[in-house]
Design a protein around this ligand. Structure first.
Ligand code: FAD
Ligand code: A2P
Length: 410
């Protein structure tokens, strides 16, 4: 599809810096390390990219889907791309080829085919509603007003996770559960460039945090340490957690065309999350709760991990949900005098019930939260499947291809 058209002419794969939200999905997905980044941009190495398209469907914004046809000798180098603020325009095309156009604002994204190089699905569930993406971009963001900002985690704990409600007033901002938005924090970084957008999963259902209102909620963890445990003040998370009612924020998005819930009321949701990874699970659960249909057979099973119960966002509301509506399993890793427990441990304890869901073609699996949990959760699913005589490799491929295994870790 993207093969060079001749020895001398290249259809060069580029990433639009104005749309890219620097989420790293493309770099993680690329099977041949053709994508790299610096503080400023994500870029594609022209001499490595073979046009396999593996990175295109998973990109939540469509920024990845840009092509310029030019002489191979004139290909844009990595260093040059890293300095770009906008994509160069297509010059005179040297051969009879047509570049793929990037998604336009307001387009309904049609996800591409499932590729074999990613662990999760790159297609949505068959019954998912069609999402809107990129209605608002870096170049043309919209604004939302803060109508609520509450700390969810106990004040005595180190981890501050906030529930933030943003209202769009009369501005159209249609979203689906599982999608995310981008927040543009004010100010500039050390090199004088404006801060790039940070992505946050939507924690409310499609009809609003408050039903019938044009608002969304987010679940934001205040980053006070980097991944190595060194003290730092995360730019956007601190900005968000400090917002007051009435403050106005710049927003882009919505993003995401695959991590979506099935609309089919008989579909089962197996949800596995840690920390703020609970945001999309809350959105999906609340959507299902609001439209509980008589006679529907869809089950909800949740595995949710946190350090302690005091650090588990939405602990109160979650544990109040009726047991016949959702099967909730909590795993705490730092409860004093208790052994460390992760979500995958809780899944193994419930192996027969998880296996029952794995055997059912109506089951859709969602994993969201810490990057580190992905391996452990997939390993647990494999063991549970194989313990029940299922061939995990076959099942895994089917789940992926049928839009029934969705992974979003960060
Ligand atoms: P930065 O200023 O960007 O980073 C400061 C330092 O902290 C850097 O060294 C960085 O490497 C490190 N760092 C970045 N993130 C973390 C982290 N989470 N834990 C520890 N160290 C970190 N975040 C949420 O709180 N809620 C969400 O629902 C959510 N959804 C996301 C969905 C997707 C698809 C993705 C890709 C990310 C999501 N994030 C979410 C993470 C979010 O986009 C930001 O990366 C995070 O808030 C940190 O941004 P910052 O500007 O505060 O930190
Ligand atoms: P831990 O106590 O080992 O850090 P956080 O609070 O950092 O967002 O983490 C949420 C939960 O995820 C914590 O209980 C954390 O445990 C747990 N966790 C950490 N690593 C993994 C992993 N590899 N798999 C599953 N859970 C994990």
């Amino acid at each position: 599809m993207n093969a060079p058209v001749s020895i001398d002419v290249l259809k060069q794969h580029l990433i639009d810096p104005e749309i890219c939200i620097r989420c790293n999905t493309c770099e993680e997905t690329c099977p041949i390390d053709a994508i790299t980044h610096d503080e400023n941009n994500y870029v594609v190495k022209a001499d490595t990219c073979n046009g396999c398209m593996a990175c295109v469907p998973p990109c939540p914004t469509g920024a990845i889907d840009n092509w310029r046809t030019l002489l191979r000798a004139d290909a844009y180098g990595v260093d040059e791309q890293l300095t770009w603020d906008v994509l160069p325009t297509q010059g005179a095309v040297p051969a009879a080829t047509v570049a793929t156009e990037n998604a336009e604002a307001g387009d309904v994204i049609e996800p591409g085919p499932q590729t074999d190089t990613v662990r999760g699905s790159t297609v949505p569930p068959w019954s998912a509603a069609k999402p809107y993406v990129n209605l608002y971009t870096h170049k043309a963001p919209t604004t939302a007003t803060v109508v609520g900002n509450y700390r969810l985690t106990d004040a005595t704990t180190d981890s501050a996770i906030h529930h933030i409600v943003l209202d769009f007033g009369a501005t159209p901002f249609p979203v689906l559960e599982g999608q995310s938005i981008g927040i543009l924090p004010p100010g500039v970084s050390a090199d004088g460039r404006v801060h790039h957008a940070r992505q946050y999963s939507i924690a409310s259902p499609r009809d609003g945090e408050r039903p019938g209102y044009n608002n969304v909620s987010l679940t934001v963890k205040r980053v006070v340490q980097d991944h190595d445990g060194n003290a730092t003040a995360g730019v956007c998370s601190n900005y968000l957690c400090d917002l007051k009612k009435g403050d106005v924020v710049n927003v882009i998005g919505p993003f995401g065309g695959t991590f979506l819930m099935p609309n089919h009321p008989n579909s089962h949701l197996l949800m596995i999350c840690t920390g703020t990874g609970s945001a999309p699970m809350r959105a999906m659960t609340e959507y299902r709760r609001r439209r509980r249909l008589k006679g529907a057979t869809g089950k909800l099973m949740l595995f949710f991990g946190a350090r302690t119960k005091e650090e588990l966002p939405y602990f109160g509301p979650l544990t109040n949900l009726p047991k016949d509506f959702i099967d909730t399993n909590l795993a705490f890793s730092r409860t004093p005098k208790q052994p460390k427990r992760y979500v995958q441990d809780a899944m193994r304890e419930r192996a027969p019930d998880v296996a029952q869901l794995l055997k059912d073609d109506n089951t859709h699996i969602y994993v969201c939260g810490l990057k580190g949990m992905e391996d452990g959760v997939l390993q647990a699913l494999k063991e549970i499947a194989e313990g029940q005589g299922l061939d995990w490799d076959v099942l895994w491929q089917r789940l992926r291809k049928e839009g029934r295994l969705h992974l979003e870790t960060y």
